[in-house]
Design a protein around this ligand. Structure first.
Ligand code: GTP
Ligand code: MG
Length: 204
């Protein structure tokens, strides 16, 4: 029989970046377009299967609204892992994510595994982010008027993106964080956050 190790994980980040949506995708493989803000925090569990072992995540999904900030230490205290989420279409949310990372690095368990997740990547088109590939793709071109935030005249393929992938990834590397771009809406990158964290949790 398999032994399942419990891993306490906390999600932090600005309000409305998609923390609860990421958890809902991971736990139930669902998405709610009008998800209500979290009050205080929510607790969920989900197993995560690696090749050689199974982990049971005990997930604290915190509320991002500023009035709940002071509760956060209760949830990250003793956490073995943290997912700090920002929204790739909102630059200020990365700044908020950086302040959470600093707070974790100062006050949480020194061995905590931290992942940075840039969510809502589905709002940024095309996801390949290669401008030459986009220019060559005719079906992208004739649908340009149907894509929100993308005007036919600008020729800018990523007009909703406010946080360049390179910039966030460089920060993550410097700060010693795992890095992902995700979409709770499509599911892109979501399971990867939890499996990559799991691989970094020591076997005891
Ligand atoms: P708080 O609980 O207030 O801290 O917010 P949160 O970070 O938990 O955000 P939540 O998951 O409630 O999502 C906020 C809104 O963004 C909801 O309307 C979601 O449907 C939407 N949303 C979340 N993730 C995504 C995503 O990947 N893509 C898109 N397009 N919308 C998303
Ligand atoms: Mg929430």
């Amino acid at each position: 029989t398999e032994r399942s190790v419990q891993v306490k994980l906390v999600l932090l980040g600005e309000a409305a970046v998609g923390k609860s949506s990421i958890v809902l995708r991971f736990v139930s493989n669902e998405f709610q377009p009008n998800k209500e803000p979290t009050i205080g925090a929510a607790f969920l569990t989900q197993k995560c299967r690696l090749e050689d072992r199974v982990l049971r995540y005990e997930i604290w999904d915190t509320a991002g609204q500023e009035r709940f900030h002071s509760l956060a230490p209760m949830y990250y205290r003793n956490a073995q892992a943290a997912v700090v989420v920002y929204d790739v279409t909102k630059a200020s949310s990365l700044e908020k994510a950086k302040t959470w990372v600093k707070e974790l690095q100062r006050q949480a368990n020194p061995n905590i595994v931290i992942a940075l997740a840039g969510n809502k990547i589905d709002l940024v088109t095309p996801s390949a982010s290669s401008s030459s590939a986009a220019a060559e793709s005719e079906d992208e071109a004739d649908d340009a008027t149907a894509t929100p935030g993308e005007t036919a005249t600008s020729g800018e393929p990523e007009s909703l993106r406010q946080v360049p992938r390179d910039e966030a990834e460089a920060y993550a590397q410097e700060a010693g964080l795992l890095f992902f771009e995700t979409s709770a809406k499509t599911g892109e990158g979501v399971v990867e956050i939890f499996t990559e964290i799991a691989k970094k949790i020591p076997i005891d």
